[in-house]
Design a protein around this ligand. Structure first.
Ligand SMILES: [Zn+2]
Ligand SMILES: [Zn+2]
Ligand SMILES: [Zn+2]
Length: 164
């Protein structure tokens, strides 16, 4: 059933997440390189933590993970917030407003609009690879220029529906 296409909803398909994770990390690094974005060690650590799963993570969860690593000196919350702010500003991380949590971008380098399918069962989030064109069209018809657009759609993934 699963395929290798760069699918829209990989989060909800059985897949080799390790590959998925390293693919996203290298895509992020490539983007930074091509756009002269400085991915410091700390920023990369935060991104790596967020790419570990398809479930969004709160800032304190990220902090907890960073401080689990005995090789690294204790990290204070502002440092995590600054790293997150940076990653958000360059589009490598998205904020899931309804969960007050963060998730690594599934398609680094895409335009600003993002759409998410959020499963209420397993709490996984899939980022759709499909810009909100009709929304953008409607907005531009009335001369509205969108600078930030996030669509969060909640529901149940196929697996969670099957689980009843
Ligand atoms: Zn994955
Ligand atoms: Zn994205
Ligand atoms: Zn689910």
């Amino acid at each position: 059933m699963p395929s290798n296409k760069t699918t829209q909803c990989l989060a909800f398909e059985h897949h080799d997440h390790q590959r998925c994770q390293s693919r996203l990390l290298s895509a992020a690094k490539q983007l930074c390189h091509s756009q002269n974005i400085r991915l410091t060690e700390r920023r990369e650590q935060v991104l790596q933590i967020l790419l570990q799963s398809h479930q969004p993570m709160g800032a304190y969860e990220i902090l907890g993970q960073l401080n689990q690593n005995p090789d690294v000196s204790m990290v204070a919350p502002p440092i995590v917030y600054r790293a997150l702010e940076f990653l958000l500003s360059v589009g490598l991380v998205h904020r899931i407003e309804c969960k007050n949590a963060f998730i690594g971008c599934a398609h680094p380098g895409h335009a600003s609009a993002a759409q998410f399918l959020i499963c209420k069962g397993c709490e996984k989030v899939a980022e759709l690879d499909n810009p909100t064109t009709s929304l953008q069209q409607e907005a531009s018809q009335v001369g509205f220029m969108i600078d930030h657009s996030v669509v969060e759609i909640t529901g149940l993934c196929a697996e969670c529906q099957a689980d009843g």
